[in-house]
Unconditional design. Structure first.
Length: 259
């Protein structure tokens, strides 16, 4: 689709599960040489978990802090750390797996976990033994078409079936039907938190341009320090392109050709 001028900002993401498995295959001999038999698996699991924390860090600052911690405090084999650094942390692959780099690109609301990996697993479990390459390609095409139809249906529901609790929030009236339900729900939650702070604390923190709140740093959405609480509508232009339903309008014609 990128080469057909549709969804130009979509970024291809790597499956994290496969990344972790690739790291394990490479570093297992290093851990066998560095630890006794009873410690090898325990240390390997700790190493992979530490790198998972780096991958899933919501901000670049936290990602780099966790990476420094992995190097300085883990005590793992230097060759294993050097391999992960070269192949994933400092390579172009980092922008395909690190959480802090994923939400700033158009990827059809998919991530490198859950649905992408689940579809891969579902395809493999349902395909069984495939005797001919052509049959494999056909099954793969059907599965992808079904997946795209489900994604389009989700986008259409977000446009046409807006929940009543979202409609009741006047600050969201310009966003409803234009951004995903996940984004609307997250922003609504931030508005409720901000209004509660007024009741509890008697004050409201002024809006800021940059914030480290999870809603803003991880999802690129207005957080409780940015949302209005006086029924002023939030402008559509303030929402990251990632969450806008118009992304699907760009691809409808091309999707019909695929399906």
């Amino acid at each position: 689709m990128k080469f057909n001028g549709i969804w130009l900002n979509v970024r291809h993401l790597l499956c994290r599960w496969h990344v972790y498995e690739a790291i394990k295959r490479y570093v297992i001999p290093l851990f066998k040489r560095a630890y006794t038999q009873g410690k090898q698996q325990e240390q390997l699991n700790s190493f992979i978990k530490a790198f998972k924390d780096v991958v899933c860090a919501p901000t670049e600052v936290k990602m780099r802090a966790l990476w420094r911690s992995l190097i300085e405090e883990g005590g793992w084999p230097a060759a294993a750390i050097a391999y992960v650094r070269k192949q994933y942390y400092e390579s172009s692959k980092a922008r395909q797996i690190m959480q802090c780099f994923i939400s700033d690109c158009g990827n059809l609301c998919q991530t490198t976990t859950s649905r992408n990996e689940g579809s891969h697993s579902a395809f493999r479990s349902n395909a069984g033994i495939i005797r001919k390459p052509a049959e494999s390609y056909e099954l793969r095409r059907r599965h992808k078409n079904k997946w795209l139809r489900e994604l389009r249906a989700t986008a259409m529901n977000a446009r046409n079936r807006i929940p009543l609790d979202i409609r009741a929030v006047k600050e969201l009236r310009l966003l409803a039907g234009h951004v995903s339900l996940f984004a609307l729900t997250e922003i609504k939650q931030q508005i409720l938190i901000a209004k509660k702070k007024i009741v509890d604390d008697g004050e409201y923190t002024a809006r800021v341009q940059a914030c480290r709140c999870n809603a803003h740093s991880r999802y690129g959405l207005p957080c409780l320090h940015m949302v209005p609480i006086d029924e002023t509508p939030i402008p559509l232009e303030s929402i990251t392109q990632f969450w806008k339903l118009e992304n699907w309008n760009q691809g409808c014609i091309f999707l019909r050709k695929l399906i």
